[in-house]
Design a binder for this molecule. Structure first.
Ligand SMILES: Cc1ncc(COP(=O)(O)O)c(C=O)c1O
Length: 413
């Protein structure tokens, strides 16, 4: 019986799981990654890859930065875990630092972005039950992404998830992004909060306009509903400021973080303004929340991200990458370049983005395709300019060979 598992095929065409003891939730390539440093990863055969995915926009200072190694090593020798019922020093340091560098007053730590959003949903519902006659409905955006717990999948506006894991958690109303009239029309007496990403990352990097965010803030104030920004992907310096909300002229009431917060270790957070604090002891928690090893890592990362000149160099490198992508787009008749800082996307017109991803993988580079015809770029925030140049020349090679392959076959990619 066990041996047969080696031969089990799933319903994804010819994909065969090369490691049958690992549950299949993604089509993973056969190689194993064994080492990473900065913008580079190495597999078990010794092949090097220039990494512009960075663990899904997680390793904001690249692979294994020295400051992270030092913080984790030092903390591991002092205290790894005491439990969520107690304070610990790194938890306090990181809470104070996040409060000092944002418009928020209080922090709740989690293990992931989805868990931070789940916490924000609970906070909104509790707030609605205490302050808004039991209102519980949340308005979220079509094509938005908030995570993979049942509630955050229900909050997400991913069309492919419509019927997955039915029945969904109820109470989420979806409206199109950048349509203030649709948002206004969706608000009713049962609305407790609006939750959105300032830039939708998983949908293919689609920014909410600043005018839209300002309009949403006004609507939230007018109707007394919470405004929650999911900055799991846009936060921690990714867009050229520590948080994306800073560029919009709007302060949300609640913000969630994940990904870059731990710089590679699992850490998320929900930040709130103190007037919205409504949890009572026992309402929310989790065994690892505020774990000192993770928060020590987060504190080291945050200090590096707020160092003088750091955000400016993110903007400069983002502009350099965007310019290179524009040049490629013009040369090969591709589409729009979108995004901000080092969260960028390129539409590939008729070319299948997955083919470019595969070609880049063969050449020794990692890039992500969040949509069938869109590539997304999320390199380390301290990526070297020479690595951006190198990456762009590999990308040009990849496009040229995909286009040539299809020209030979006389078809569209
Ligand atoms: C905007 C946003 N929110 C939430 C999440 C979920 O975070 P996690 O995968 O850490 O649960 C993601 C992950 O891609 C995200 O991009």
């Amino acid at each position: 019986m066990k041996n047969n598992l080696n031969n089990v095929r799933n319903n994804w065409g010819d994909y065969i799981n090369p490691h049958p003891a690992v549950m299949v939730v993604a089509k993973r390539p056969e190689i194993t990654f064994v080492k990473g440093k900065g913008s580079w990863l190495w597999d078990n055969t010794g092949k090097a890859y220039l990494d512009f995915v960075q663990g899904w926009a997680v390793n904001c200072l690249g692979h294994s930065p020295d400051i992270l190694l030092e913080a984790i090593t030092r903390q591991a020798s002092e205290l790894i875990h005491a439990g969520p019922g107690f304070f610990n020093a790194p938890m306090l340091q990181l809470s104070d630092a996040l409060v000092a560098h944002s418009c928020f007053d209080q922090v709740f730590f989690t293990n992931s972005g989805a868990e931070a959003n789940e916490g924000a949903i609970k906070l909104a519902r509790k707030w609605g039950s205490v302050h808004k006659q039991g209102a519980y409905e949340m308005i979220t955006l079509q094509n938005g992404f908030h995570g993979r717990t049942l509630a955050t999948m229900s909050a997400s506006g991913k069309a492919e998830w419509e019927s997955l894991y039915a029945p969904k958690v109820s109470g989420f109303v979806k409206v199109p992004q950048n349509d203030i009239d649709a948002m206004r029309a969706a608000i009713n007496n049962n609305t407790v909060a609006i939750m959105l990403e300032p830039i939708q990352g998983e949908s293919g990097v689609h920014p909410a306009s600043h005018a839209y965010l300002q309009g949403v803030r006004e609507l939230a104030d007018e109707h007394g509903v919470l405004l929650i920004f999911d900055e799991v992907q846009t936060g921690m310096g990714r867009t050229g400021t520590l948080f994306a909300y800073e560029q919009s002229g709007v302060q949300p009431d609640v913000m969630t973080l994940g990904k870059g917060l731990g710089g590679g270790v699992p850490l998320g957070a929900m930040l709130i303004k103190k007037e919205f604090a409504c949890f009572e002891p026992g309402d929310q928690g989790g065994t690892f929340n505020g774990n000192p090893l993770m928060t020590a890592a987060g504190f080291a990362i945050l200090n590096a991200l707020v160092a003088p000149g750091f955000p400016e160099q993110v903007k400069a490198k983002g502009a350099m990458l965007a310019e290179g992508l524009q040049t490629l787009s013009a040369r090969y008749g591709l589409g729009e370049v979108r995004g901000c800082g080092l969260l960028l996307a390129l539409d590939c017109a008729a070319i299948a983005a997955a083919e470019v991803v595969d070609q880049m993988f063969s050449l020794g580079a990692l890039v992500n395709a969040p949509r069938a015809h869109t590539l997304r770029f999320m390199p380390a925030l301290n990526v070297q300019k020479s690595d951006i140049e190198h990456f762009l020349s590999m990308l040009e090679q990849a496009f040229a060979s995909v286009i040539e392959k299809h020209a030979v076959k006389g078809e569209c990619a």
